[in-house]
Design a protein. Structure first.
Length: 114
């Protein structure tokens, strides 16, 4: 399978997971496939992972407690303390992170100030 088809299939699987959450929409922002709630981005696909916005304390704790979570640095840009990236080899494995996606969605929907 070509890389374009792999990326397309990966995005379709991530869409299926995230677009079923209440109020979530998807669109491209720059070169990233991003997911929004209340017109604010809470997640996006970057490289082989998904970037996610969470409260700073949660993001920091996750980076120290899980080996598949790293600072979010799309295209090598500087990382923000509120953003982490979840890396999973198999897209279906992101189902295990559904609670984190919900927490991110709620955090961003509430204004991202917790």
């Amino acid at each position: 399978m070509s890389t374009d088809n792999s990326k397309s299939s990966r995005k379709a699987q991530i869409d299926a997971l995230l677009l079923k959450l209440p109020g979530v929409s998807a669109r491209k922002i720059n070169a990233l496939d991003a997911y929004f709630v209340s017109d604010r981005m809470f997640a996006c696909i970057s490289g082989d992972g998904i970037g996610l916005r969470l409260p700073v304390a949660t993001a920091t704790a996750l980076q120290f407690s899980r080996d598949n979570i790293a600072p979010f640095q799309p295209g090598g840009m500087a990382s923000s303390r509120e953003w982490v990236q979840i890396n999973r080899a198999e897209v279906a494995e992101y189902e295990k992170d559904l609670e984190l996606f919900r927490a991110s969605l709620e955090f961003v929907k509430a204004g991202g100030n917790r």
